[in-house]
Design a protein around this ligand. Structure first.
Ligand code: E4P
Length: 228
């Protein structure tokens, strides 16, 4: 499963890239609002860090406006994927982007049927939002499982991207469900790295190493003193 970072924060993206685990990035207007500046500049900087897909979201209400925004994003870098919300206008825009060879990520998917329609319209990525479904007492992962099964059963050329991830368990479940991609807040990526026993084990090994080195140094000092 590919791992994307769900952020517009350049330092977080740089760090994940340094760890060698970054396959792409998703942004949205809310994530962009946290960093500010020019959205185009932010997108260009992200595309300089990763050659993986970088989602840039349109905000226009109608298909023509989405097309204008998306065509502009697609010119910023070759790895830009235009993120289009699930709606009647969004489906039209996805279908027209597909005709133009512009890749799209259909966002705000909450049912397998919405994902099926987005795939039929030509979306290269389908983004079911699992955390927001969990938040309203539904089981978001069911949509991921259903969509992965539909895509595989009908051999549809698209990828399921598990979005709105809230905690590391979501990532494990997405991987087990066969999700092609999961996009994670940086905090969740960090949580995946750590385990209390791992962190404690590293400290203990270092302390034992230092003790052993000190003991060895003391034995050599005593041996040198005896030989003098
Ligand atoms: C990703 O593409 C989505 O925009 C994002 O995962 C939404 O996450 P949220 O529900 O935490 O806002």
């Amino acid at each position: 499963m590919k791992i994307f970072l769900d952020t517009a924060d350049i330092e977080e993206i740089r760090m994940a890239a340094r760890w060698g685990v970054l396959d792409g990035v998703t942004t949205n207007p809310s994530l962009y609002a946290k960093v500010g500046g020019s959205y185009d500049d932010v997108l260009r900087q992200i595309c300089d860090i990763t050659s993986g897909p970088v989602s840039a979201e349109v905000v226009a209400e109608h298909a023509d406006g989405m097309l204008t925004e998306g065509r502009h994003f697609a010119k910023l870098a070759p790895n830009i994927v235009v993120k289009v919300p699930m709606s009647e206008e969004g489906l039209e825009a996805i279908s027209r982007f597909a005709e133009e060879g512009i890749k799209t990520n259909c966002t705000l998917i909450f049912t397998a049927n919405q994902g099926l329609l987005a795939a039929k319209a030509g979306a290269s990525i389908l983004s079911p939002f699992i955390g927001r479904l969990d938040d309203i007492n539904e089981e978001g992962m069911i949509v991921v499982r259903e969509l992965v099964a539909i895509v595989e059963l009908h051999d549809i050329e698209t990828e399921v991207l598990t979005a709105s991830v809230r905690h590391p368990r979501h990532v494990t479940e997405a991987a087990l469900a066969g999700s092609h991609i999961a996009t994670l807040p940086f905090k969740v990526l960090q949580q995946m790295v750590h385990h209390p026993l791992t962190d404690k084990g590293i400290v203990t090994f270092r302390q034992d190493w230092e003790k052993a080195r000190a003991a060895a140094a003391s034995i050599s000092e005593k041996a040198a003193a005896r030989s003098n």
